[in-house]
Design a protein. Structure first.
Length: 422
C-alpha cells in the first residue's frame, strides 16, 4: 500500500510505535464502549425521534427537538440541565455566558488552576482593559497559580478564606496552550472537596473543553456546579457545524439562559433552523470519535518519543483530554510538523500553513487544519504559538486510520527538511 510516500525507516518506527501502545488502545476502547452505551441509552430513555429533527424558524418557541437534545445532553453529563445551541458560537462564548450569567458586580472570580485559556483573558479584562469585560462590569478577579503544574489546594483554601467576595471558582480541565498536565475528573473532584471544605455556597465552574468523553464521567457528575464547552470539539462528534453547551445546576443554567438571550425570554427562544439532526447525530458519534482522536494522540506520542522528542502526556500516561503536546524544540521543526499535518488533511491539503497574528492570542500562532468544519479541532489539527519550547499542540482525528497517516506525514515533512535524525 503506497498512496503516500513515507520513508522506510519511518515506516518501521511507526510499526514499533503502534506495537508499544496496544495496552493503551485497549483502555481507550473500554472507555469508548462505556460512553457509547451511556449515550445510546440516554437517546432511548428520552425517546429521541425523527420528529425532533424538524427545523423551526423565527422565535423558535416550542422547538421540541432542541428541548429534548438539552435533556439528553444533561443526562449524559450527569447534570440537572443543559443549554446546547448552535447560537452559542464557540467555547469562549459558552464560558463567557457562564461567567456573565452567574457573576454580579461586587463578586469575585477565582481562577483556581492558574491563568485561564488565552481567549478568556480579554473576557476577564483584569490584566489589561478590554471593552465589555467582567472587570468593566465590576467583577473582581483573583488567580491561584499552579505549583509544578498541579492545583495548589492550600492556595485555594487561603484565597477563599481571605476573600468573602469570591462567588465562583474557575477550573480548567484541559491544558490549553500550556505544558501543564490536564486535570482528570478525579483531580477536579479533589478541588471540589477542597473548595466545599471552606465554602459550601461558592459556585464551582469547569471549562470542560477537550475533556468530554475522555473518561467515564464528567466534572458535573462529581460536584461541579456549572460546566461549558464547544461543539466543534469533542461533544459535536465532528458532525456539529458549530455550537456550544452549558450544563449543570438547574438554577445556574437558567441564569445563563437569560444572558444567552434576554432576561425573561431565556431558553424559550432560539430557533434551531434545522441544526437539531446534526447536533443529535454528532452527540451520538462523539464517544467513538473521541476514542479515535485519543488513539491518534497516543500513537503520535509513541512515534515522536521514538524519534527522540519529549511528549506530554507521554505515550504511556493516563489522559484527561485529547490534546497531545510534542516539544519540537525550534520554530523550523514546529512549522514543518504543521505543514506535514496539513498535507494529509482530506480538505485543503494543498495549502501551506504559515504563522500569523491571530486575534485573542499574544504570540504568533501557526495552525494546521484541513477540516470539513472550519476551525474544528475534533478533526485532526495542530496549532502552536511560536514561543519556547516550541511545543506543538495537536488534537483530533475523526478516525484513527486517517489520523495515523497525518502524523506520519508530519514526521515525513520534518525528515524531508533535514530536521529529524534517524
Ligand atoms: C478551545 C478552548 C477554549 C475556547 O474555545 P473556542 O471554541 O476556541 O472559543 C477554552 N478553553 C479551553 C481549555 C479550550 O481548549
Amino acid at each position: 500500500m503506497s498512496f503516500f510516500e513515507v520513508d522506510a525507516r519511518l515506516q518501521a518506527l511507526s510499526d514499533k510505535a503502534l506495537a508499544n501502545v496496544q495496552d493503551m488502545f485497549a483502555n481507550i476502547e473500554a472507555v469508548t464502549e462505556y460512553n457509547q452505551q451511556k449515550v445510546l441509552s440516554a437517546f432511548i430513555r428520552h425517546k429521541v425521534s425523527e420528529s425532533h429533527f424538524a427545523a423551526t424558524t423565527g422565535y423558535g418557541y416550542g422547538d421540541r427537538g432542541r428541548d429534548v437534545l438539552e435533556e439528553v445532553f444533561a443526562d449524559i453529563m450527569g447534570a440537572e440541565d443543559a443549554l446546547v445551541r448552535h447560537s452559542i458560537l464557540c467555547g469562549t462564548h459558552a464560558i463567557t455566558l457562564s461567567l456573565f450569567g452567574v457573576l454580579r458586580p461586587g463578586d469575585t472570580l477565582l481562577a483556581a488552576t492558574g491563568t485561564p485559556y488565552d481567549t478568556l483573558i480579554g473576557v476577564i479584562g483584569a490584566d489589561k482593559p478590554s471593552s465589555g469585560s467582567l472587570t468593566e462590569y465590576g467583577v473582581g478577579y483573583r488567580e491561584v497559580a499552579l505549583i509544578d503544574g498541579k492545583p495548589d489546594l492550600n492556595g485555594i483554601i487561603t484565597a477563599l478564606r481571605e476573600d468573602p467576595s469570591i462567588r465562583m471558582v474557575h477550573i480548567q480541565r484541559s491544558r490549553g496552550y500550556d505544558l501543564r498536565p490536564s486535570l482528570s475528573v478525579a483531580d477536579i473532584e479533589e478541588i471540589v472537596k477542597t473548595v466545599r471544605s471552606v465554602r459550601e455556597d461558592v459556585i464551582i465552574f469547569t471549562d470542560n473543553c477537550y475533556g468530554e468523553f475522555v473518561e467515564k464521567c464528567e466534572p458535573t457528575a462529581v460536584g461541579v456546579d456549572l460546566m461549558a464547552g464547544s461543539l466543534i470539539k469533542n461533544p459535536g462528534g465532528g458532525i456539529a457545524e458549530n455550537g456550544g453547551y452549558i450544563c449543570g445546576r438547574r438554577d445556574l443554567v437558567e441564569q445563563c439562559s437569560y444572558r444567552m438571550t434576554t432576561p425573561g425570554l431565556g431558553r424559550e427562544v432560539g430557533a434551531s433552523l434545522g441544526h437539531n439532526r446534526t447536533l443529535f447525530m454528532g452527540l451520538f458519534h462523539a464517544p467513538h470519535v473521541v476514542g479515535e482522536a485519543l488513539k491518534t494522540a497516543v500513537y503520535a506520542a509513541s512515534l515522536f518519543e521514538l524519534l527522540g522528542y519529549t511528549c506530554s502526556p507521554s505515550s504511556q500516561e493516563k489522559r484527561a483530554d485529547i490534546i497531545q503536546a510534542i516539544c519540537l524544540e525550534n520554530a523550523e521543526a514546529l512549522i514543518a510538523f504543521c505543514q506535514g499535518i496539513q498535507s494529509g488533511a482530506p480538505v485543503d491539503a494543498f495549502v501551506t500553513p504559515e504563522p500569523w497574528d491571530m486575534p485573542g492570542y499574544d504570540n504568533q500562532v501557526i495552525m494546521a487544519a484541513g477540516a470539513f468544519t472550519l476551525g474544528s479541532s475534533i478533526e485532526l489539527s495542530a496549532d502552536a504559538p511560536l514561543r519556547d519550547p516550541f511545543a506543538v499542540y495537536m488534537q483530533g482525528g475523526l478516525n484513527f486510520h486517517s489520523g495515523k497517516i497525518g502524523i506520519l506525514l508530519a514526521a515525513q515533512k520534518m525528515l524531508h527538511n533535514n530536521l529529524l535524525h534517524i
